[in-house]
Design a protein around this ligand. Structure first.
Ligand code: MF3
Ligand code: CO
Ligand code: CO
Length: 288
């Protein structure tokens, strides 16, 4: 679309288009011609939405903090779910996973060889030495905030500890790649390089995702390397998760018949940490 440079900018700043978004639009048009995908402007979130996601994120973080004292040897994963459900309700929020595409619980609990989407159960008792991922997504006033952490139960093996630590480093290295007008795929390139350098693999079957007013939306955020792919450019106002699943052995996964639980194909350990973030004018801000 041709715009008059002297018209007011479409963004509502009150400045002339030529003094406001014209330069950015020209840069994006050049990037599009080079083969990059330009994320639709209407899908970018504004300050009010970011505040909404942040408020949901306070609850998500509160739950994960609360669980640090609760995830212990001898409790069931159902007990974790009960605690999550109670905290969520007390804070006037909704657990996004409950009834999400038929998922029956208020969080995911994924232990040892479980990669993700483990279903809390009264029959799964947490044992000394387990590494447990709890994944929480909270909805507050229609806004979603998704985050997960690992909990080490008692004294875990040195190997398990190293996997958990490297998985957190992978999340942080992914976050460091987030800069506006650069490749979204820089995340996967850096994350997989770090995992491989430590002798680990990165799950390919599951990805990070756009989030905000819905749970899972564009863009898809892969955590493995695609160095030749131009793909999507990050833009200020994009909100998405980074949540690399790091495996001790093969990256390959097995999907269980319960319709949800994902395990490593070789039954070796898997670890994951997740944050929701927004791309800013200069980098990123974590919202969880
Ligand atoms: N919170 C998960 C994610 O990081 C999604 C869980 S969906 C469920 O995207 F249905 F398995 F709970
Ligand atoms: Co999650
Ligand atoms: Co997620």
């Amino acid at each position: 679309m041709k715009r008059d440079p002297n018209d007011p900018c479409y963004c509502g700043s009150g400045r002339k288009y030529k003094k406001c978004h014209k330069l950015i639009d020209e840069k994006l048009e050049a990037a599009r011609r080079e083969g990059f995908q330009i994320f639709p402007r209407q899908k970018l979130l504004h300050a009010k939405d970011i505040e909404g996601i942040k408020a949901a994120g306070v609850i998500t973080r509160g739950i994960l903090d609360m669980l640090a004292a609760e995830v212990k040897e001898g409790i069931s994963t159902q007990r974790i779910d009960d605690l999550v459900a109670a905290y969520t309700a007390e804070h006037g929020a909704i657990a996004a996973t409950l009834n999400y595409n038929g998922f029956p619980k208020s969080c995911c609990t994924s232990i040892n060889e479980v990669v993700c989407h483990g279903i809390p159960s009264k029959d799964r008792i947490i044992k000394h030495g387990d590494i447990v991922n709890v994944d929480i997504t909270t909805i507050l006033n229609g806004y979603y905030a998704d985050s997960s952490r690992m909990y080490c139960v008692g004294e875990v093996s040195a190997e398990a500890r190293r996997l958990v630590d490297v998985a957190l480093e992978c999340l942080n290295i992914g976050l460091e790649q987030v800069k506006p007008f650069t490749r979204l795929n820089n995340i996967g390139d850096a994350v997989e390089a770090h995992a491989n350098a430590n002798g680990y693999s990165i799950v390919r079957d599951l990805c990070g995702h756009g989030i905000g007013k819905t749970f899972h939306e564009d863009p898809e955020v892969v955590h493995y390397a695609q160095p030749k792919k131009k793909g999507v450019l990050m833009m200020p106002g994009m909100v998405f998760t980074i949540e690399p699943m790091v495996n001790q052995g093969t990256y390959k996964c097995k999907f269980l018949k319960d319709g949800w639980t994902v395990e490593t194909a070789d039954k070796k350990l898997s670890a994951q940490w997740e944050h929701t973030l927004v791309v800013t004018d200069t980098g990123y801000e974590i919202l969880t």
